[in-house]
Design a protein around this ligand. Structure first.
Ligand SMILES: *Cc1c(COP(=O)(O)O)cnc(C)c1O
Length: 304
């Protein structure tokens, strides 16, 4: 792919003039060093709710490199909640200290329960939750990835009045909460483009549950084989992007979205004159863990 990207000024990515396209990055990754981007937005009203209902404990679910697990652990420490992380993969129990995300969460005081991938699939069942309540007493439950109505409400605050001038709003998609918030606060003549970070067609229905408009579309061509799967081309793109623009991207979400945006610019998807806003949803804490995997596989790593 030809990247056509030079440097960035005030989060505007300078593109060749003849393209006639403006591309801006909204740096939600800078909200907080540990509670980055959309995870902060998604937790904000849930924390208020948990406080009002007098819960002392937050319980949630996630995988080995989950940005959500890191964010919940950090929020718990900050606001005085005990936190419990139900982690996918029993084998991780012996490797907490090798895993930067789990190590960070533990440092914030998170307590873990490691379960098999098979059990993890039942995590939304009534029986499973009941067993957890017996084990851990009462807790405020945050779903995997943190998506619920209050999370969507928080994500409705990502766009501001100034963003009305954009024609396209782009976001990475995991569980669909973030894009639902963006859709709800977008204007009807704006197009919201979602770039799923994983395979599967369940996402559309998740978004329909929360979104109040139909001005959106999922671009399914840039998941790179699935959740947390990467290619050498993707890693090279992220490294070039950072070198040229000074903006770091993560390999699971925002890197894939921006790779997609540049590929679509090259393919003339965006009409001349388009103003594009790409949301940097954060996720940079996952880079260290990804680099450990890449080194094991003898692949190029992400520049830090
Ligand atoms: C969790 C996450 C997403 C996906 O958000 P959803 O609301 O689950 O769709 C996107 N980008 C980053 C960096 C994330 O951590």
């Amino acid at each position: 792919m030809k990247y056509n990207l030079k440097k960035s000024v005030n989060n505007k990515i300078l593109l060749p003039d003849e393209l006639g396209i403006e591309l801006y990055i909204k740096r939600d990754d800078l909200i907080h060093p540990n509670i980055s981007g959309n995870k902060y937005r998604k937790l904000k009203y849930n924390i208020e709710e948990a406080q009002q209902l007098n819960f002392k404990r937050l319980l949630t679910f996630g995988g080995a490199f989950s940005n959500h697990i890191a964010a919940v652990a950090s929020v718990g420490k900050k606001f005085g909640f005990n936190t419990i992380g139900i982690i996918r993969g029993e084998e991780l129990e012996e490797r907490i200290y090798e895993n930067p995300t789990l190590n960070f969460a533990k440092g914030c005081g998170m307590e873990f329960k490691f379960i098999s991938r098979k059990d993890y699939r039942n995590k939304t069942s009534k029986k499973f939750i009941k067993n957890l309540q017996n084990e851990f007493d009462s807790f405020y439950l945050l779903p995997e990835g943190g998506t619920n109505g209050l999370a969507v409400k928080g994500c409705e605050e990502i766009l501001t009045e100034d963003d009305a001038r954009f024609d396209f709003i782009c976001s990475s998609v995991g569980t669909g909460g973030t894009i639902s918030g963006l859709i709800n606060s977008s204007l009807p003549d704006q197009q919201v483009l979602g770039f799923p970070a994983l395979k599967g067609n369940f996402l559309k229905n998740e978004i329909i549950k929360f979104a109040d408009k139909t001005n959106w579309k999922l671009i399914d061509d840039y998941h790179f084989g699935g959740y947390a799967k990467v290619s050498v081309e993707l890693i090279e793109f992220i490294n070039i992007f950072k070198k040229n623009t000074g903006i770091p991207l993560d390999p699971v979400y925002t890197g894939k979205m921006l790779f997609g945006i540049f590929d679509m610019i090259n393919a003339d998807f965006f009409p001349k004159g388009s103003k594009i806003l790409a949301i940097h949803t954060g996720g940079l804490q996952g880079i260290q863990g990804m680099n450990k995997l890449l080194i094991k596989k003898n692949l190029p790593i992400l520049a830090i």
